[in-house]
Design a protein around this ligand. Structure first.
Ligand SMILES: *[C@@H]1O[C@H](CO)[C@@H](O)[C@H](O)[C@H]1NC(C)=O
Ligand SMILES: *[C@@H]1O[C@H](CO)[C@@H](O)[C@H](O)[C@H]1NC(C)=O
Ligand SMILES: *[C@@H]1O[C@H](CO)[C@@H](O)[C@H](O)[C@H]1NC(C)=O
Ligand SMILES: *[C@@H]1O[C@H](CO)[C@@H](O)[C@H](O)[C@H]1NC(C)=O
Ligand SMILES: *[C@@H]1O[C@H](CO)[C@@H](O)[C@H](O)[C@H]1NC(C)=O
Ligand SMILES: *[C@@H]1O[C@H](CO)[C@@H](O)[C@H](O)[C@H]1NC(C)=O
Length: 321
C-alpha cells in the first residue's frame, strides 16, 4: 500500500476500539492480528464467497433447502476464486489471503465465510429475497449446528466479522408505513440475538462490526428522489448499530470489540476518488476495469474490495499493539 494511502486512512480513524472500564473482568485474550488463525464472517453479498458446496452465486456452503452439512463436507469444501458479487476476490479474501481451495489450507488466516448473498437480518422481520436465502440469524444457527464443533475457534486466535444491514436498509426504503427508527431497534434485537447465539456457543475472541456504506451514492440511487431518505435511513441504522455494539462490548468484557466505519470509509474514497485511481463513481461496469468504483447498481468493484481489505488490515494491525 502506498504510504500516502495509509496516512489518509489512519487520519480518518475509521476503526474504533470499543472499550469500557469495568471492575472484575473475565480474562480477555489480547487481540493480535498476526496470530489470528481463524477468521469467521457473517453477512450478505458484500461479504460472501463461493464454495464448491455452496448455492451458486450465493454462498460458501448450503442454502435454506440444503441447510445441513457434514463435517466432511465442510472440511472438503473449496473456495472458488473470483466468484463473488464483484466477480473478483472479496474483501474477506484480500484480508485473509484465503482466495481459493480449502480454508484449512490457508495460512496465516483461514477464512470460514457463512455470509449469504441477499441476506437480511431476520426473515421474521423482512421477507427472504429467494426461498433458498439464509438470513443472518440462520447463518449463525447453521454455524452453531454444523460447524461449531468442526472448525476450531480458540478465543486468542479468532476474529469474527459481522457485516449486515445493506439489504435491510434497501428493502425497506419504499415502505411508507414503517416507523424506521423503531424498526432499526427491532432489527438490532434480532441481530444481537444472533451475535449472542454465536457467543453462547463459544465463538469468542475478537468481534469486528462493520456498518452500512452510503449506498445513496450507488448508481441505483444517486440523484434519485429517494436518495435523501435512503441516506438518512442508513445513518439511523448505523446509529442503532453503534449503540448496540457499545452495549454488547459493555456486557461482554471478555470479547475484544472492534468497529470499522465503512460508512466513513466509502465516503472518504468517493470524495477523493481520483486519488485512489477511480475515474467513474456514478456509473458502473460489469467488467474488470479498476477505474470504476461500482461493478453494478448496488455492488462495488473488486478494486474497492482490495482497498477496503487494506484499510481493515491496517486498522487490525493498529488494534494489535
Ligand atoms: C461462479 O460459479 C458458478 C457455479 O458455482 C458458475 O455458475 C458461475 O459461472 C461462476 N461465475 C464466474 C464469474 O466464474
Ligand atoms: C453466476 O453468475 C455468473 C456471473 O454473473 C453467471 O454467468 C452465471 O450464470 C451464474 N450462475 C448461476 C448458476 O446462476
Ligand atoms: C440485496 O440482495 C440482492 C440479492 O438478492 C441484490 O441483488 C441487491 O442488490 C441487494 N441490495 C442492495 C441494496 O445492495
Ligand atoms: C422456490 O421458488 C421457486 C421459484 O421462485 C419455485 O420454483 C420453487 O418451487 C420454490 N421451492 C420450494 C421448495 O418452495
Ligand atoms: C411495511 O412495514 C410494515 C411494518 O413492519 C409491514 O407490516 C408491511 O408489510 C410493510 N410493507 C411492505 C410493502 O413491505
Ligand atoms: C461512468 O460510466 C457510465 C457507464 O459506463 C457512463 O454512462 C458515464 O458517462 C461515466 N461517467 C463518467 C464521468 O465517466
Amino acid at each position: 500500500m502506498a504510504p500516502s494511502l495509509r496516512v489518509t486512512l489512519s487520519a480518518i480513524a475509521v476503526l474504533v476500539v470499543v472499550t469500557f472500564s469495568v471492575g472484575a473482568v473475565p480474562t480477555k485474550s489480547r487481540f493480535d492480528w498476526a496470530k489470528t488463525k481463524y477468521v469467521y464472517a457473517f453477512g450478505d453479498s458484500y461479504t460472501f464467497v463461493q464454495g464448491t458446496k455452496g448455492h451458486a452465486n450465493f454462498s460458501f456452503i448450503g442454502d435454506a433447502f440444503d441447510f445441513a452439512f457434514t463435517p466432511q463436507e465442510l472440511l472438503e469444501n473449496k473456495i472458488i476464486p473470483k466468484n463473488t458479487s464483484s466477480d473478483g476476490s472479496s474483501w474477506t479474501e484480500f484480508l485473509t489471503g484465503c482466495y481459493a481451495g480449502k480454508p484449512s489450507d490457508c495460512f496465516p488466516h483461514q477464512l470460514w465465510n457463512f455470509a449469504f448473498a441477499g441476506a437480511d437480518i431476520d426473515k421474521s422481520l423482512l421477507p427472504l429475497h429467494h426461498n433458498f436465502t439464509v438470513d443472518l440469524v440462520d447463518e449463525v444457527k447453521q454455524w452453531v449446528a454444523y460447524a461449531s464443533n468442526v472448525i476450531p475457534h480458540p478465543a486468542a486466535e479468532t476474529l469474527v466479522a459481522w457485516w449486515i444491514g445493506i439489504n435491510d436498509t434497501g428493502d425497506t426504503l419504499h415502505n411508507t408505513t414503517l416507523n424506521f427508527k423503531a424498526f432499526w431497534e427491532t432489527e438490532m434485537q434480532s441481530l444481537f440475538g444472533a451475535v449472542q447465539n454465536a457467543y453462547t456457543h463459544n465463538l469468542r475472541g475478537t468481534y469486528l462490526f462493520i456498518n452500512v456504506p452510503p449506498l445513496e451514492r450507488s448508481p441505483g440511487h444517486i440523484g434519485a428522489p429517494d436518495a435523501g431518505l435512503y441516506k438518512q435511513n442508513i445513518i439511523d441504522y448505523n446509529s442503532a448499530l453503534a449503540a448496540h455494539v457499545a452495549s454488547f462490548a459493555h456486557a461482554h468484557p471478555d470479547v475484544t470489540v472492534l468497529a470499522f466505519d465503512a460508512h466513513a470509509w466509502f465516503g472518504q474514497i468517493l470524495d477523493n476518488a481520483a486519488h485512489y485511481g477511480f475515474k467513474n463513481i456514478t456509473g458502473f461496469c460489469e467488467c474488470t476495469d479498476s477505474s470504476f468504483f461500482w461493478y453494478n447498481t448496488g455492488h462495488p468493484t473488486e478494486h474497492v474490495h482490495r482497498l477496503l481489505a487494506q484499510a481493515i488490515d491496517a486498522e487490525l494491525v493498529q488494534a494489535s499493539r
